[in-house]
Design a protein around this ligand. Structure first.
Ligand SMILES: *Cc1c(COP(=O)(O)O)cnc(C)c1O
Length: 400
């Protein structure tokens, strides 16, 4: 399938020449009349699949009420979601925005401001991890610190340093000077290539942050909201952050972002210190509440653990059958990757032409982010697509 750059749009994305007319569960129906198995989910966003009955009904029921208010007035849906997220997490307070990069901006501001009101205004440094991805605003780009995204965008925002994933000595050295405001980490690196923070590593990072009064900021924009089979990925490590960033799956396809904070991390945020016109919009938050209804149904997250174990073991077998096409299986929960021996985009393109949507990630990884509602038959079907891809790639290698 050819790739296009529509002349009416900024050429920021090269697109497959395909659009979709409707979706249902784990499937999308293309304008080409074909059905696609969606293991892409719009980058881990449509966590309950497409047209989930509870989300559709919630949207319809809210449509003739209030769409927008802004934060000069109380927004009951916002307070309800905040209270529910707090009840299910480490947090004491929430702030709502519209995207992941806005959550990154808010988290950075919160971390710096905490030290400011605690009488340490020099503590501004944010330590991030190599191969991170935190978004594309100027500050989020500085946190991401990847040449690929920074080139030509002028002076990089100051106050950010990076350490390799897993390197506790490098982190300790950056925290030793008493200049750090926060450490920002993805428990599973999404864009960067599905590198996993081990539980031991996260516990050590928590320990170093505690010892130096540094705030631990977890970026769960991609790996949170049930994707690992717990509501939040940090739960697996038995630690809690001071600040957590959410977006992607939070609205199940409606744009919503958030940060959750401890009482301490909330202490600097007084009236006027931050804001968003759209953030916490009643329509968006009504839908986010509906997403949470489903994620919190008894047994739902346990089902995610089960199906992710099945998918992972089937991917491991696929790797064993095709050691010349894949180097490893990585990631966690339903955020899984296969490191490819040929360019990962070739795998993604061939899968899509056959009828399955997936994505790449950094480090030449084929990334799978199915909706959390998939069942055994979807896993079987996905493995059939992948097996067919491997067979045809192997044949083309032999022919060459
Ligand atoms: C996607 C992503 C972001 C940025 O989110 P946007 O909504 O695209 O701004 C930040 N952090 C992580 C881990 C992400 O996956």
């Amino acid at each position: 399938m050819r790739k296009v750059l529509p002349p009416c749009l900024l050429a920021t994305n090269s697109r497959a020449d395909l659009s979709f007319e409707r979706g249902e569960g784990a499937y999308l129906f293309g304008s080409d009349g074909r059905r696609y198995l969606d293991f892409f989910s719009g980058i881990a966003v449509t966590c309950l699949g497409h047209a989930h009955p509870h989300l559709v009904q919630t949207l319809r029921a809210h449509a003739d009420k209030v769409w927008h208010i802004t934060n000069n007035y109380r927004i009951p849906e916002q307070e309800r979601l905040a209270e529910r997220l707090i009840a299910h997490s480490f947090a004491a307070r929430a702030f709502f925005c519209n995207s992941g990069l806005e959550a990154a901006e808010a988290a950075i501001k919160v971390a710096r401001r905490t030290h400011f009101v605690e009488g340490a205004p020099h503590r501004v440094k944010i330590v991030t991890i190599q191969n991170a991805f935190h978004g594309r605003s100027l500050a989020a780009l500085a946190a991401t610190n990847n040449e690929k995204y920074l080139e030509g965008f002028g002076p990089i925002v100051q106050g950010f340093v990076q350490v390799p994933l897993g390197d506790l000595e490098a982190l300790r050295a950056h925290l030793a000077d008493g200049e750090a405001a926060g450490v920002m980490i993805e428990p599973i690196q999404g864009e960067g290539g599905l590198h996993l923070c081990g539980a031991d590593y996260l516990r050590e990072v928590r320990h170093l942050c505690d010892a130096t009064g540094t705030l631990l900021i977890l970026d769960e924009v991609q790996c949170g909201m049930g994707r690992t089979g717990r509501l939040f990925a940090y739960e697996w490590a038995g630690i809690t952050p001071d600040v957590m960033m959410l977006a992607k799956g939070l609205g199940g396809g409606f744009p919503v972002g958030a940060i959750l904070t401890t009482q301490r991390a909330a202490s600097g945020m007084t009236p006027g210190t931050h804001g968003s016109t759209f953030g916490g919009n009643p329509l968006a938050l009504t839908i986010a509440n509906a997403v949470l209804d489903v994620l919190m149904e008894p047994g739902f997250l346990d089902g995610v653990v089960e199906i992710s174990n099945l998918l992972r073991s089937e991917l491991t077998k696929l790797h064993e059958r095709h050691p010349t096409l894949f180097l490893d299986v990585r990631g966690g929960g339903l955020l899984l990757g296969l490191k490819c021996t040929r360019p990962a985009v070739e795998y993604v393109d061939a899968l899509r032409d056959d009828g399955m949507l997936a994505h790449t990630a950094g480090d030449n990884v084929l990334r799978l982010m199915p909706p959390l509602i998939i069942r055994n038959d979807h896993v079987v079907e996905a493995i059939e697509y992948l097996e067919r891809l491997c067979q045809s790639m192997s044949r083309s290698v032999e022919a060459a």
